[in-house]
Each structure stands twice: as structure tokens, then as C-alpha cells.
Design a protein around this ligand. Structure first.
Ligand code: HEC
Length: 298
């Protein structure tokens, strides 16, 4: 056993490096995260789930939904652009600055309509310099962030998920297999609880080729005596029935599960992952982009 010490040190090193990797580093990264309170609006992030939604989380877990659904949105990159909301009154100066910044604009020609977007796909520094030049000439401009990545293009979220999104969840169901879509932002995508009931009862009723299993045991089935119950499932105005023609009524477990599904939202702004502003009905031309304030650290 001449190599005893060497063996011991080797094993110790292996143990210590895995302890650092799996215990220490995550603790340093996430261990001190706390819910944050917005001093202006008084809202907390992440916003707490209702009691029903919290019970629904357990039902989500019990039913193995995480074996087909992830709850993590990835983002590959981000860049910036500049949006001018007002060219101001100093037309001469603004016109000459704009001519220097935009290739499609020639000095002296009439100023374009606002909101006007320029310098697309630039980094934050360049966007801020552009904003500065425009503001010095009297125009109102701001930098906008846009994020990219396959999950974003699929419409699964407007920003990536970060550690603090899961702060209030005792067990985090990130999932690793995507047989179905990612659900991290489901509540924003589809908040129609009736759709979710019908989909859980019989996915093929609402999505023709769905391979998702039916969760009919979360529903009571009762024969219709005369008038169907008020809370019996309906779809497209028609009563939803099981194979025996009985009406279908969500049990509390189904109600909790749907409350949980609707509570899955990724719309809160976080410092680590600035999100584009969500589309506002009033200004449809300004699509999914926002001010880049949280990232403007030097
Ligand atoms: C065998 C894999 C599988 C399991 C298990 C599964 N799903 Fe699905 N799910 C899918 C597939 C595939 C789709 C896409 C087709 C569809 O909408 O039915 C889907 C779609 C969904 C949608 C609609 C998503 C959207 O963006 O429109 C929701 C909500 C959903 N599942 C919830 C659940 C819940 C809750 C559970 C657990 C009770 C669950 N799923 C279990 C495969 C699965």
C-alpha cells in the first residue's frame, strides 16, 4: 500500500471538487436570493401564488406533468435598437444628426414619422451613444432591448427564466424533456380556464393530434338529469361528455391544477434578464420591445 496517501488525496480531491461544484457554487449563486419589493408599486417579485395554485403545484407534480413539459425558457442573445418618440422642435440639428446615424435618411428631407426605429442590432454602448446624440439635438429617444433564441421564437416567453423565478417553489419542476411545450409562461399565453379543463379531460377534443394523456380522473362524471349542472364542461357551446354520455365536472384537484397552470407567468421584470415590453394595444407598431434600463451598468 505504498500509494495509500496518493489514493486518499485523489479521492478527497474528487469529493471536494464535486462538493464545490454541486453544493458550494449553487449556494453562492442562489442561496441568498430573496423576494424583491418594488418600492414604487409595492408589488413583490416573484408574486406569491394563491392557496389553490399552490395545491395545484402538488397535483402537477403527482401527475408527472414535468416528464413531458419543461418550465425553463432559454435565450441565446440580446441586442439593442433605438426608438425616437419625438423629434422635438430643433429640426435643423435633428436632421443633421439623423443623417449621420441613419443610412436611409438624407439631411434636409422631412423627418420620418414617429415612433422611428434606427440602429437595430447594436450593443448597449452604441445604442446609448445614439440616444445621447439625438437627445442633445432635442429629440426624445430611448434604447430598446430585444432578445432572441429558439424558445423566444416559439413564443414560450419574452425573456429567459432566472433563479429568482422559482424562489417561492419548494420543489422546482424544471423538467428536461419537451414532448409538450414549455409551460413557464403558460398563464400569459392561454388564460382560458375552460380550455384547460377540456384539454386535461380529453386533449384530443381541443388539439386534434395531441399525444398528451387524458386526466379524466380529475373530473366527476354524472348522468344528466334534465338540465346539465352549471359547472359541467362545455366546449364550443356544446356539453362535453364521456363515452357513456355523462356530463363532466371538474373536481377540486382539477380546479387547483388549472389555478396553478394559470399562475405560471414570466412577465415580471428582473434585473438579470431584462425583458422587452409586452405588446401594448395602443401602439401596435412598437412590437415587444422596451427600455433597456436594468442592463445599463457600466
Ligand atoms: C406524455 C407527455 C405528456 C404528459 C405526461 C403531459 N403532457 Fe401536456 N402536452 C403534451 C403535448 C404533446 C402537448 C401539445 C399538444 C396539446 O396541446 O395537447 C401538451 C400540451 C399541454 C398544454 C398546452 C400548452 C400550450 O402551450 O398550449 C398544457 C397546459 C399541458 N399540456 C398541461 C399538462 C399538464 C398539467 C400535465 C399533467 C397533468 C401534462 N400536460 C402532462 C404532452 C404531455
Amino acid at each position: 500500500m505504498n500509494n495509500g496517501l496518493l489514493l486518499f488525496l485523489g479521492i478527497l480531491a474528487a469529493m471536494m471538487s464535486s462538493w464545490f461544484g454541486f453544493v458550494h457554487t449553487p449556494q453562492v449563486q442562489f442561496g441568498n436570493l430573496l423576494p424583491e419589493r418594488d418600492e414604487i408599486t409595492g408589488a413583490t417579485f416573484p408574486s406569491p401564488r394563491s392557496g389553490s395554485a399552490n395545491r395545484g403545484r402538488a397535483i402537477y407534480r403527482e401527475n408527472g406533468c414535468a416528464s413531458c413539459h419543461t418550465q425553463q425558457v432559454r435565450q441565446e442573445g440580446y441586442d439593442f435598437s433605438v426608438s425616437v418618440s419625438d423629434f422635438g422642435t430643433n429640426t435643423v440639428d435633428v436632421s443633421s444628426v439623423l443623417a449621420g446615424l441613419s443610412e436611409s435618411y438624407t439631411q434636409g428631407s422631412p423627418l420620418p414619422a414617429v415612433p422611428y426605429k434606427l440602429a437595430e442590432g447594436v450593443d448597449l454602448r452604441e445604442a446609448e451613444q445614439t440616444v445621447k446624440k439625438l437627445s442633445n439635438a432635442g429629440a426624445a429617444a430611448r434604447a430598446l432591448i430585444s432578445v432572441s433564441g429558439s424558445d423566444i421564437e416559439r413564443g414560450w416567453g419574452i425573456r429567459r427564466t432566472v433563479g429568482s423565478d422559482y424562489l417561492l417553489d419548494a420543489e422546482v419542476m424544471l423538467g428536461s424533456v419537451r414532448i409538450g411545450p414549455d409551460l413557464a409562461n403558460l398563464g400569459n399565453r392561454n388564460s382560458d380556464s375552460n380550455w384547460h379543463y377540456v384539454h386535461l379531460f380529453q386533449p384530443r377534443q381541443v388539439v386534434e393530434d395531441s399525444v398528451m394523456p387524458s386526466y379524466a380522473y380529475l373530473f366527476d362524471k354524472r348522468p344528466v338529469n334534465g338540465v346539465p349542472d352549471a359547472d359541467a364542461l362545455r366546449y364550443d357551446g356544446e356539453l362535453v361528455t364521456d363515452a357513456e354520455g355523462r356530463q363532466v365536472i371538474p373536481r377540486n384537484t382539477a380546479k387547483d391544477l388549472v389555478a396553478y397552470l394559470l399562475s405560471l407567468r414570466l412577465d415580471e421584470p428582473v434585473f438579470e434578464a431584462p425583458a422587452p415590453e409586452q405588446e401594448k394595444k395602443a401602439t401596435p407598431s412598437e412590437d415587444a420591445e422596451t427600455e433597456a434600463s436594468p442592463a445599463s451598468s457600466e
